[in-house]
Write a protein that binds this ligand. Structure first.
Ligand code: HEC
Length: 137
């Protein structure tokens, strides 16, 4: 009689079929999770774009328009010790205040943040320090 063997074989095939089904399901699940993992990447790219600009970067992008020698509209020229000496004598806090909030002096008008009000205070302060460093070094 082969009947019991046949029954065992059928049960065995049923269990094997279930195991294969589970394995295939897990592979499909792992594959479907992958796009979700890569979707998180743009977040870190965004953080890099939002990093603050350095003093030289701000100067070269914004302030240079008026402060590059010989100076436009009465702006003190970058690196010119003679025109900067009296201004530096006021103290760095006054220079920063004038750059952040705007200033009308004897030679012209320094617009608030060089007309780039989207810059943070720290970015503008970095540019002021960079301009002053050219004189004191
Ligand atoms: C549209 C032209 C213009 C731009 C752009 C500009 N400046 Fe000026 N800036 C001036 C002028 C003009 C003066 C001189 C004002 C005066 O003393 O009569 C001046 C003066 C200054 C002073 C001296 C202030 C003082 O008390 O003597 C500083 C510091 C300064 N600018 C920083 C900056 C920085 C930093 C930037 C860039 C973020 C910048 N400027 C962009 C025109 C500009």
């Amino acid at each position: 009689m082969r009947h019991p063997d046949q029954q065992f074989f059928n049960s065995f095939m049923l269990v094997l079929g279930m195991l294969i089904g589970v394995a295939v399901g897990q592979v499909a699940l792992a594959a479907s999770e992958e796009p979700a993992a890569t979707q998180n990447e743009p977040v870190s790219t965004h953080e890099a774009v939002a990093a603050p600009l350095t003093g030289p970067q701000v100067y070269n992008a914004v302030c240079i328009a008026c402060h590059s020698p010989p100076g436009v509209g009465g702006a003190p020229a970058f690196g010119d010790g003679e025109v900067w000496a009296a201004r530096i004598a006021q103290g760095i806090d006054t220079l920063i205040d004038h750059a952040l909030h705007g200033f009308t002096g004897s030679t012209g008008v320094m617009p608030k943040k060089g007309e780039r009000i989207d810059l943070s205070d720290e970015e503008v302060i970095g540019a002021v320090k960079y301009m002053v460093e050219q004189i004191t070094q």
